[in-house]
Design a protein around this ligand. Structure first.
Ligand SMILES: C[S@@+](CC[C@H](N)C(=O)[O-])C[C@H]1O[C@@H](n2cnc3c(N)ncnc32)[C@H](O)[C@@H]1O
Length: 246
């Protein structure tokens, strides 16, 4: 399946480099914008994603595209991991994350590293579980990245994916498009330091595969789907998948 490649600034430059630059630029406003854009729902959805790891082994968790470390910090509230490793390509997002981790008193529990998910420096079978919230639609090499997560997970390791999606019901879809194409750009104009970045965030949501289409990609790259659920009439999707050995 050919996935349309959406890049923030131009078509020529490597997508991951552009994304690292983009998230570095918006890092100081990211948390605030995320809350406004999702009307606070991102926090609720992250909680659901973290809780979906509860029935499974989750001592060591890899938080992919960790950004400002909300998943790592909240994971210690909702479930009982022993160690979380967060990775991201944006140094500045992680810097903010490190401040938040220190404030939460979790320096010895959460480590944050600059790493690209498509070529991680971890040994095979290092983690019990992996999670990514609002990260996967940004990965330049989607299938390579999924296979990398497969490599670093222990046998039968679980991978939780939370991502924005487009509602299928026509009436809901119309409301959603009105929201993303009028209200969000308006909010961006009033408060953004990089309007292109926020345009990318909505355009990339529309281009990313969802539901059955995405599950087929996960199946082809070493995972079985245990659970697929959507929230808020399809605006957000949650996948709980399990590594299978071939
Ligand atoms: C929308 S933010 C999500 C941050 C956080 N997980 C959350 O729940 O808010 C997407 C993050 O993906 C990161 N990212 C993009 N491409 C990546 C890659 N190839 N490897 C690791 N992180 C990546 C970006 O730097 C950014 O911090």
């Amino acid at each position: 399946m050919k996935i349309k490649k959406v890049k923030p600034y131009n078509q020529e430059e490597d997508k991951t480099k552009q994304l690292s630059r983009m998230f570095n630029t918006i890092s100081s406003k990211y948390d605030q914008f995320n809350d406004i854009m999702s009307m606070g729902l991102a926090r609720v959805w992250r909680k659901k994603a973290i809780l979906s790891l509860k029935p499974y082994k989750h001592d060591t968790i890899l938080d992919i595209a960790a950004g400002t470390a909300d998943i790592g910090i909240k994971a210690f509230e909702y479930i009982t991991p022993t160690q979380i490793t967060g990775i991201d390509v944006s140094e500045k997002m992680l810097e903010i994350g490190k401040e938040k981790v220190a404030e939460a008193g979790l320096n010895d529990k959460i480590s944050l590293k600059v790493e690209d998910v498509s070529k991680m420096n971890f040994a095979d079978e290092s983690f019990d579980a992996a999670i990514t919230s609002f990260g996967i639609r940004n990965f330049d090499k989607l299938e390579e990245s999924i296979r990398e997560v497969h490599r670093v997970l222990k046998p039968k390791g679980k991978f939780v994916i939370l991502e924005m999606s487009e509602p299928r019901m026509p009436i809901v879809k119309q409301g959603y498009l009105l929201y993303t194409h009028t209200l969000i750009p308006f909010a961006v104009k009033t408060f953004s330091n990089d309007p292109k970045a926020y345009k990318y965030l909505t355009k990339s949501m529309e281009a990313f595969p969802q539901g059955k289409e995405f599950i087929a990609i996960l199946n082809q790259n070493g995972f079985n789907c245990l659970k697929y659920k959507t929230f808020f009439m399809g605006v957000c999707s949650l996948y709980v998948i399990e590594k299978y050995s071939s």
